[in-house]
Design a protein around this ligand. Structure first.
Ligand SMILES: NC(=O)c1ccc[n+]([C@@H]2O[C@H](COP(=O)([O-])OP(=O)(O)OC[C@H]3O[C@@H](n4cnc5c(N)ncnc54)[C@H](OP(=O)(O)O)[C@@H]3O)[C@@H](O)[C@H]2O)c1
Length: 308
């Protein structure tokens, strides 16, 4: 079984330094993949209300507890407050809805999916649109949303709270003005957009950077630089990308539905990249994003207008 190091968060709780992304893992196949991941040694699972698969994640965790493979306290289950629930009075409702979906007593880490709020119509309308096709956003201040998330910790519904898709100024504002500090900021981070500046900025504030799309959704597999390094270490291009991110001090959460790749991805704690190979991987950085939230570009709190 693969063993993964843990990071101590700013509230004293632990986070396994590697996790499974679950976007797209649905139905029986999704549950089987997540259960296999737990068997292999994954202890950090990333889901969201948006992914419509909290049921699957919860079922896999509950089954593995029942089988005696894990206990609840071994796992870090992450879910996310979706953008239509940013009004403070909707936050506890949204969290309880996620808990109901998961059928768990608490969420380990509940993060704000993005700093931008969307207009609420009903629970099913997750991407409300304006007549011109852009996102129907609102100006709810993410700090007000955050204060309502702090109450979820007080209520014992969640153990830790964090951020996602926040830029440096937004992270700083929450850190400086909150009662409970965010433990993490989950952002796009791969060799293509390596987030060195945001990682250093977050680190200074004791906020862990969690890397989504760590494989840049396979865009780097065919790159000669990555293939050459992979051949040198007898590893795959995906493993080189993930190991590089570990060397940068971030927590990758790659998604795979395939048992062999689920195992391959976590098998990166038995080697280190040389300084020279890290430098070669640095050269892949273009700061291009896959997830741009461009339909919300007009929003007051759209995060991607800054360098980092
Ligand atoms: N907070 C946010 O706004 C946000 C946004 C996006 C994603 N996320 C989270 O981050 C997770 C990861 O991001 P992602 O799923 O978008 O992208 P990703 O992990 O970079 O890439 C996933 C893709 O790579 C393939 N893959 C996985 N392992 C591989 C390997 N060893 N070799 C070759 N291909 C491999 C997968 O296919 P197979 O399944 O067929 O292996 C899938 O097509 C998501 O699942 C989600 O939990 C969060």
């Amino acid at each position: 079984m693969a063993t993964v190091p843990s990071i101590t968060l700013n509230n004293g709780l632990k986070m396994p330094a590697f996790g499974l992304g679950t976007y797209g893992l649905k139905g029986g196949e999704g549950i089987a993949a997540i259960k296999k991941a737990i068997d292999i040694g994954y202890r950090h699972l990333d889901t969201a209300f948006l992914y419509n698969n909290e049921q699957e994640v919860g079922e896999a965790v509950r089954d593995k507890i029942a089988e005696g493979v894990i206990s609840r306290s071994d796992m870090l289950v992450v879910s996310k407050l979706w953008c239509t629930f940013h009004e403070p009075e909707r936050v506890e409702y949204a969290c309880r809805k996620s808990l109901e979906n998961l059928e768990l007593d608490y969420i380990d880490l509940y993060i704000m999916h993005a700093p931008v709020g969307f207009v609420y119509h009903d629970d099913e309308t997750v991407w409300p649109k304006n007549a011109d096709g852009t996102q129907e956003t609102n100006d709810v201040d993410y700090l007000e949303t955050w204060r309502a998330m702090e109450k979820l910790v007080d209520l014992g519904l969640v153990k830790s709270i964090g951020l996602s898709n926040f830029n440096s100024e937004q992270v700083d504002r929450v850190v400086n003005e909150s009662r409970i500090k965010p433990v993490s900021n989950q952002v796009e981070c791969s060799p293509m957009h390596n987030q060195k500046k945001l990682t250093a900025f977050c680190k200074e504030r004791d906020v862990v950077l969690v890397a989504y799309c760590p494989l840049a959704r396979q865009q780097l597999d065919a790159r000669k630089e990555v293939q050459d390094i992979a051949a040198k270490y007898n590893k795959t291009p995906a493993q080189i990308c993930l190991r590089y991110l570990v060397e940068l001090g971030v927590v990758p959460i790659p998604k795979s539905a395939n048992e062999e790749r689920i195992l391959q991805n976590i098998s990166i704690f038995d080697f280190k990249l040389s300084k020279e190979d890290i430098k070669a991987m640095d050269s892949l950085n273009t700061n291009e994003r896959i997830v741009k939230f461009s339909d919300a570009k007009h929003a007051k709190y759209w995060p991607f207008g800054l360098e980092f």
